[in-house]
Ligand binder design. Structure first.
Ligand SMILES: [Zn+2]
Length: 341
């Protein structure tokens, strides 16, 4: 069988990763060699994970990574080590099998691995033997992160699906979110029917804004530049970009690079413009330890449980869409009440 285009790209990339991580223990290099072997033999699918663990009767490459790297990472990084603790703090606890579910998850997880290593490498209080151990453990994780970035570039794109009625994401390829899924076409599904009716009542400009967001999200995924003002115009032609206001661009960019205690107040201020979303929040952004914790809380409160993004710009878009939906829901309820006054 001829080698796929993806494997032609991946194999030299994996060899380069092995060379770049000379300080990693021999077990890491052996695992990379094994990965190269199975890719060369064409016995695995360079495709996303599925629940059965195999894709088109071939094992997914993600399954191989879990099989090859989980046992060795558990050996290299003991459960009471500083690296293990730091990984938990970054929201990336081992084993790998809990993280490698989708392309978006892979990149996010690799980012968290890199951050954990950077935090420990920047800690001047660690020295002597402890430092030597951290270097070896960090190099192992850095190699895994590099492999995951490489794999994510070769996996086919995932197309997100949204509920056909509301602003929420639908699970997998389903047509409706969990709140509005019709259980039986013959049943009187109140939530489903109300949602369809409400969707039809939304103003045209709201539906256009939702469509624009979904188009951008599908095409730009998690990697793009925000463009505002003339100074950014040239980059618009050379990169994946999306136009926004300078205020939102500033908040999003700060959220991505600055500590949460510096930017959380700006999110507090921003949420004042979205009274319907704000009214659902029992805690304000400043009450959270970090962005990941706040964005997870927000999605939970909005019942958008199949949404997986943590990108601040997409979360902002979700807030805009949700606010319009919640406003329409409130107006429908008020309208019904007024009829009985
Ligand atoms: Zn829905």
């Amino acid at each position: 069988m001829a080698k796929s285009e993806e494997s032609e790209v991946l194999i030299p990339w994996l060899k380069a990763i092995s060379l770049d991580h000379k300080r990693a223990p021999p077990s890491v290099h052996l695992a990379i060699d094994r990965l190269i072997q199975v890719i060369s033999s064409n016995r695995i699918a360079i495709a996303d994970w599925n629940r059965s663990g195999s894709v088109w009767n071939r094992k997914s490459i993600l399954r191989c990574i879990v099989d090859f790297f989980d046992p060795l990472l558990l050996e290299v990084i003991p459960v009471d080590s500083l690296v293990w603790i730091q990984l938990r703090l970054e929201g990336a606890p081992l084993p790998l099998s809990t993280h490698l579910k989708s392309k978006v998850n892979i990149v996010k997880f690799a980012d968290n691995l890199k951050r954990a290593i950077q935090v420990l490498e920047g800690d001047s209080s660690i020295s002597g033997e402890d430092w030597k151990i951290i270097v070896i453990q960090g190099e192992s994780l850095s190699a895994v992160a590099a492999i995951l970035y490489a794999i994510s570039c070769t996996l086919p794109n995932e197309t997100p699906h949204w509920c056909s009625a509301c602003f929420r994401r639908a699970n997998g390829f389903r047509k409706y979110c969990r709140l509005h899924k019709p259980s039986d076409v013959t049943a009187n599904d109140t939530a489903y029917r109300k949602a369809i009716k409400l969707q039809k009542s939304l103003p045209q400009e709201v539906l256009c804004a939702w469509a624009a967001y979904r188009f951008n999200r599908t095409h730009l995924e998690e990697s793009f530049e925000l463009i505002s003002g003339v100074e950014d115009e040239t980059s618009f032609y050379f990169s994946k970009g999306v136009v926004t206001s300078s205020l939102l661009k500033s908040v999003v960019e700060k959220t991505m690079v600055l500590p949460w205690y510096v930017v959380s107040q700006e999110w507090d201020d921003l949420l004042n413009d979205f009274q319907h979303v704000s009214s659902l929040l029992a805690r304000s952004p400043v009450d959270f330890k970090g962005w990941n914790e706040f964005s997870a809380y927000l999605l939970k409160v909005l019942n958008d449980i199949d949404e997986e993004t943590t990108h601040p710009f997409w979360i902002l878009n979700i807030i805009c869409c949700a606010d319009e939906w919640l406003k329409a829901e409130k107006e429908a309820v008020d309208g019904r009440k007024n009829r009985y006054l």
